[in-house]
Unconditional design. Structure first.
Length: 83
């Protein structure tokens, strides 16, 4: 028998034994979506989706706002042409 030390008592409190949340067993929830894929396939899928969302967001920003930094530089050189 394990002697009930404070560390053991704390570890026992970490286990959620609510069967309505987790069902029988320590964690009976099953992963779905990317979490259910094999590790490498899930990583590649997640990276590809992140890249696609980033590119789409960047393109949308560039279409909506133009590129204010470059526009400011062009306006400056129109007002102050190089000698």
């Amino acid at each position: 028998m394990i002697r009930p030390t404070p560390f053991i008592r704390q570890a026992e409190r970490l286990i959620n034994r609510n069967p309505e949340l987790f069902g029988p067993g320590p964690l009976a929830r099953r992963a779905t979506g990317i979490g259910a894929m094999p590790p490498l396939k899930g990583l590649v899928t997640c990276a590809a989706q992140g890249l696609a969302v980033g590119l789409a967001g960047g393109l949308a920003y560039n279409v909506i706002y133009g590129n204010p930094g470059i526009q400011a530089i062009e306006d400056y050189y129109k007002e102050n042409p190089p000698r």
